[in-house]
Design a protein around this ligand. Structure first.
Ligand code: NAP
Length: 290
């Protein structure tokens, strides 16, 4: 069994991205700029936003963080997004989700200009991805494809089972895996699936994005399968300085005993999500630079 080192792949790609940033600066005088908006102080969101800002600066990009109070209104947030859409120093606009309940996530995402939608969440980019047009691919699903390839698997012709059908992970991963370039046969599972193990036992690739620890166990796998564990779950643990530890959706020990390769949590999908965000921001700046 091989552990798929998401940190290593992310570091390799980030070095490539930093090279691209330097060239863009030297050749066109353009510094890629990413604006990250955080509303409220959800601890997981604060830590994601901090990590994104740090990664952005390390890649030589401009990082503009906008931290707003939880009482921010929807019109105020929409005005801010519109101002960033028009700001020439900013090439990517990201609104950290989830938003407080009084703000419509759909309205806010819809307000982001498609050419600055580096998360790939706007209906325009999702539509372009589905029909195979040039677009910003959503970061976590794109990172997952890179991880499967990095594990040494030729995806073409394989059976991939995706557990979870969210708009940000499950559905786009299924769409990317079934594109002609990747050419997998995809089964998309969710809570309405009868006998999940029946499908996973036939899979060469299992992507689990359910948000529930223990969703996938070793007895549900075909020997040699590649497992991509997207889940990030906080488990109370007094022995850790922060009082919790992170686990994925797959039971690592039992899955690792059967799988050919598996991503750890942390250190698997997480670093790749941020890396693909940097990738998209560089593409956005290149397009703006002409
Ligand atoms: P979500 O919106 O809660 O969706 C979870 C999906 O899993 C739903 O479609 C649900 O089915 C399905 N599901 C839940 N339990 C299941 C079960 N026992 N059997 C089959 N299907 C089941 O979650 P999400 O936003 O996709 O995120 C999933 C996980 O990935 C979370 O832990 C999240 O924190 C993590 N995540 C990590 C990253 C990263 O960069 N590492 C990025 C995004 C998300 P129904 O539709 O039927 O309810």
């Amino acid at each position: 069994m091989k552990t798929i080192d998401g940190k290593l792949l992310a570091a390799n790609l980030r070095a490539e991205i930093a090279g691209g940033v330097s060239r863009l600066k030297a050749e066109k005088g353009v510094v890629p700029g990413l604006a990250v908006i955080l509303v409220g102080d959800n601890p997981a969101s604060v830590s994601y936003v901090t990590a994104k800002e740090k990664a952005c600066r390390e890649a030589g990009m401009l990082s503009r963080e906008v931290r707003l109070g939880a009482e921010t209104t929807e019109p105020e947030l929409l005005d801010l997004v519109k101002a960033l859409n028009e700001d020439p120093a900013i090439h990517g606009v990201l609104v950290q989700l989830p938003l407080p309940k009084h703000i419509s996530e759909k309205a806010v995402i819809d307000a982001i200009a498609p050419e600055k939608d580096v998360d790939g969440f706007t209906p325009v980019n999702v539509g372009r991805m589905i029909i195979g047009d040039d677009c910003f691919l959503p970061c976590t699903p794109h990172g997952i494809i890179k991880l499967i390839e990095f594990a040494g698997m030729d995806i073409r012709g394989k059976h991939a089972v995706v557990i979870g059908r969210s708009n940000i992970v499950g559905k786009p991963v299924a769409a990317l895996l079934s594109r002609r370039e990747t050419n997998a046969t995809v089964t998309l599972c969710h809570t309405g699936t009868r006998d999940l193990a029946h499908f996973t036992r036939d899979a060469d690739i299992v992507v689990v994005a359910a948000g529930r620890p223990g969703t996938l166990t070793g007895d549900m796998l075909k020997p040699g399968a590649v497992v991509i564990d997207v889940g990030v779950n906080r488990i109370p643990d007094d022995s850790r300085p922060k009082g919790f530890r992170l686990v994925g959706d797959a039971d690592f020990e039992s899955c690792a005993a059967v799988a050919g390769a598996i991503t750890p949590v942390p250190g698997g999908v997480g670093p790749m999500t941020i890396t693909m965000l940097l990738w998209n921001t560089l593409q956005a700046a290149r397009r703006a630079a002409g």
